[in-house]
Design a protein around this ligand. Structure first.
Ligand SMILES: [Mn+2]
Length: 418
């Protein structure tokens, strides 16, 4: 099947897709749109594609990039200035977004599994509403661009960067999620230099092997670092907005290598400084994780624990370190629980495993629920994820570290023994 066929088949079978396309199509000159993309690379690339689409209809668009995942009612109210349409991209498919339809027309473009109830009034294009579908919001935005006939090499490139950063594709190991297959097969033929395997320093995406990478992985890591990765790991203030501007200003070219890509950027000096700072922090992390302790086991799975203060890039570096632990443990499955006390006092638990009995997403969401039961602040405190990768954060909810640890270890104890 060609990608064009995949898009027309999806248009016929997914009412949300069709409605999203109609909504964008109905925009005309004079219409005003407010766009909220998530501040990670997938959200930013999806945002850049959606901006292009909206402008192609003659409407104007204002993009607001917030350092949060869920869009709160307060954030919407503070930013809404009479726009007719609000587009929420890669910021979850969340039941209470329906309440926002009393303020404006709401269009949700997303790929995360829905949470906190159903959306019945807002328009939603998210293939995961029916059943969990691995993809990225950049790919969803690209499907809309294709349906509207405005996809080009820049939108292709943006979609690929978002797909890579959200793990929907792993060109260095030839993994492609089912939903992205037709798009990727054509991109592979069109942009061979982006996805060719090269011998270079492994990026944060080289988790399962460390021998080869690709230019797309390098660019994905670059924007991950520049944006703060949705974790606000900043070296400069408001780096997420800066990353979005650099991304939009960067014209796509068939770069030969990473140096060629970096030489094409609009902000060479600042982006280079940020990236070098990251490189230093990253190289320190692997040895820092050597101070982790083995806490216990769940079946055949060994559980490692780390705690630190202001440890940037902890979840990504932890994903890489896992395989180091696994090797040292003679190939046993590993769960790695990392804890970071963030600069503002928030506690961040990050969970990664190579597989095994512990369901990390459940552990993260149960920890979050226990924290919310005591401290309220639902949405500020949040937690959840997949069986092998999950996060739990207290952010500005004022949870003392010692309490967060007590609540977490109670849960872990129950889960291990349970
Ligand atoms: Mn995403």
């Amino acid at each position: 099947m060609s990608y064009a066929d995949f898009v027309s088949k999806s248009l016929a079978s997914n009412a949300g897709f069709k409605a999203a396309v109609e909504k964008i199509k109905s925009l005309k000159s004079g219409d005003k749109v407010l766009l909220f993309p998530h501040d990670d690379p997938d959200g930013l690339t999806a945002g850049a594609i959606l901006e292009t689409l909206i402008k192609s209809r003659g409407a104007s668009v204002r993009t607001v990039i917030l350092p949060t995942y869920e869009l709160s009612a307060k954030e919407l109210e503070e930013n809404l200035k009479g726009e007719n349409l609000v587009v929420i991209a890669d910021k979850g498919t969340i039941g209470y977004y329906d309440d926002y339809t009393s303020k404006a027309d709401i269009l949700v473009i997303d790929h995360h599994p829905p949470q906190s109830g159903e959306i019945n009034h807002a328009t939603v294009f998210n293939p995961s509403v029916k059943q969990y579908t691995q993809t990225s919001t950049s790919h969803i935005a690209h499907m809309i661009a294709t349906a509207l006939g405005v996809a080009d090499s820049k939108t292709d490139y943006l979609a690929l960067v978002g797909m890579k950063a959200d793990w929907a594709i792993e060109p260095a190991t030839d993994f492609v999620c089912e939903y992205c297959k037709t798009f990727y097969a054509e991109a592979l033929a069109k942009y061979p230099a982006l996805v060719a395997k090269v011998k270079a320093a492994p990026t944060m995406f080289e988790v399962k092997q460390r021998d080869v990478t690709t230019l797309l992985n390098q660019i994905g890591e670059f924007y991950f670092v520049l944006s703060g990765g949705g974790f606000q790991y900043y070296y400069e203030p408001r780096q997420n907005e800066f990353a979005y501007d650099v991304l939009k200003a960067s014209a796509f070219a068939p770069w030969k290598d990473f140096d060629g890509f970096r030489a094409s950027l609009s902000e060479k000096l600042i982006t280079a400084a940020i990236f070098e700072h990251f490189r230093q922090d990253w190289s320190n992390l692997s040895s820092l994780f050597d101070y982790s302790v083995e806490l216990g086991a769940k079946g055949n799975q060994k559980i490692y624990f780390f705690i630190g203060n202001d440890v940037r890039w902890m979840p990504m570096a932890g994903s890489v370190k896992l395989y180091d632990f696994k090797q040292r443990a003679g190939g046993a499955e590993i769960a790695f629980i990392m804890t970071n006390l963030e600069p503002g006092g928030g506690v961040h638990f990050s969970f990664r495993s190579t597989g095994g009995e512990l369901h990390l997403g459940k552990l993260a969401s149960e920890t979050a629920e226990a924290l919310i039961a005591k401290y309220g602040n639902r949405g500020v405190i949040s937690g959840g994820g997949h069986p092998v990768a999950a996060e739990c954060k207290t952010r500005a909810a004022g949870v003392p570290l010692i309490d967060a640890l007590k609540i977490f270890f109670d849960k872990l104890d129950v889960v291990i023994k349970g």
